[in-house]
Write a protein that binds this ligand. Structure first.
Ligand code: HEM
Ligand SMILES: *[C@@H]1O[C@H](CO)[C@@H](O)[C@H](O)[C@H]1NC(C)=O
Ligand SMILES: *[C@@H]1O[C@H](CO)[C@@H](O)[C@H](O)[C@H]1NC(C)=O
Ligand SMILES: *[C@@H]1O[C@H](CO)[C@@H](O)[C@H](O)[C@H]1NC(C)=O
Ligand SMILES: *[C@@H]1O[C@H](CO)[C@@H](O)[C@H](O)[C@H]1NC(C)=O
Ligand SMILES: *[C@@H]1O[C@H](CO)[C@@H](O)[C@H](O)[C@H]1NC(C)=O
Length: 270
């Protein structure tokens, strides 16, 4: 994908638009327009490494503002080759609840605890214990050090990381919210990082790519990553999410679930 865009760099914009519309797939990437840039002091970022990365590469507005369904679906398709899968669409719908503006939300709005944002995250502290939206290396070390002896993370290691992160939160956070809703979201997020950084069919992702994605909120293009050739959609995602759910050995520790689960992780085979 990325090398093809270099070959096409002499073509006109109009031609590229035609190619895009005809195929229905992601647009060719103009690497110059999608360089990684650190956010500036007035740019919003939030608890989602997936959306922060899209903003850092200009697939989403670099200021992290004025986000909507069409803006996010375009960015996910172009940045990750992720189609409008039900967990993706569901997350955008729920995010509108976190904003005052009825037409858009920001990357800052989505930090609202209990909306999508939940306890026992992979790389952020619990709301009741610290900063629930900024990357934290201590929290992330559980994932970073998982699957020892291998260069890859997979659905088993992702489930094991979720189990360990939940046990840590249960031990430290008396006001933990850990219902079916949070569980469904957490399994989906694990399925997301394995899919966008790795092979979405088997759910295997190089450790180096996943670590750059979380720590730098950068697409590891220079390290050899490229967008998945096959689309990431419900057909690929739901079975991965179900396998992660099983591997995480989850039980509820209570709390109040305001919304129904985005996906039911036990229904992955449907
Ligand atoms: C485009 C593809 C996406 C990818 C690859 C992605 C990836 C992830 C990952 C890996 C996490 C877990 C972070 C952690 O536990 O430390 C996460 C968290 C989160 N995502 Fe996304 N995400 C995507 C789309 C979205 C969308 C569309 C929304 C809402 C509009 C969203 C909102 C959130 C929020 C609020 C969190 C914080 C949950 C928490 O840890 O408390 N994400 N995302
Ligand atoms: C917000 O985005 C919409 C398109 O999604 C655009 O029409 C509008 O001008 C934008 N508003 C601002 C303030 O940037
Ligand atoms: C990261 O999380 C750990 C564990 O909760 C905490 O002790 C530490 O203060 C956090 N670091 C930052 C920079 O917030
Ligand atoms: C996912 O993409 C594959 C390959 O294009 C396609 O065969 C499948 O029908 C898609 N699944 C959904 C739910 O759109
Ligand atoms: C899985 O959960 C069961 C029931 O809560 C528990 O007995 C078992 O020890 C757990 N396994 C692991 C590996 O934590
Ligand atoms: C959910 O978490 C918040 C913040 O930690 C806490 O105030 C609230 O009591 C929790 N809800 C339940 C039902 O435990």
């Amino acid at each position: 994908m990325f090398s093809k865009s270099l070959l096409l760099s002499f073509c006109t914009t109009a031609l590229l638009v035609c190619v895009t519309e005809a195929s229905g797939g992601p647009a060719e990437i103009d690497l110059n327009e999608h360089q990684w840039m650190a956010p500036g002091p007035n740019d919003f970022r939030g608890p989602c490494p997936g959306l922060n990365t899209l903003a850092n590469h200009g697939f989403l507005p670099r200021d992290g503002k004025n986000l909507s369904m069409s803006v996010i679906l375009d960015a996910a398709l172009n940045g990750y080759h992720m189609q409008p899968a039900s967990p993706l669409v569901g997350a955008v719908k729920i995010s509108t609840l976190a904003a005052d503006d009825p037409f858009s939300f920001t990357l800052e709005d989505i930090r609202l605890h209990g909306n999508i944002e939940h306890d026992a995250s992979l790389s952020r502290e619990d709301f009741a214990l610290g900063n629930n939206f900024r990357f934290n290396e201590t929290i992330f070390s559980t994932l970073a050090n998982s699957n020892p002896g291998s260069d890859f993370y997979n659905t088993n290691s992702a489930g094991e990381v979720q189990r360990l992160r939940l046990a840590d939160s249960e031990a430290k956070n008396p006001s933990i919210n850990n219902t079916q809703k949070e569980f469904g979201i957490r399994c989906t997020e694990s399925g997301f990082y394995l899919s966008v950084m790795g092979d979405p069919l088997v759910g295997v992702a190089p450790k180096e790519f996943v670590q750059i994605f979380f720590r730098e909120e950068r697409l590891p293009i220079a390290e050899g990553w490229h967008r998945s050739e096959i689309p990431i959609n419900d057909t690929t995602l739901l079975p991965l999410i179900a396998r992660i759910a099983t591997a995480s050995n989850w039980t509820s520790s209570g709390g109040c679930s305001v919304l129904e689960p985005v996906v039911d992780p036990s229904n992955g085979s449907q």
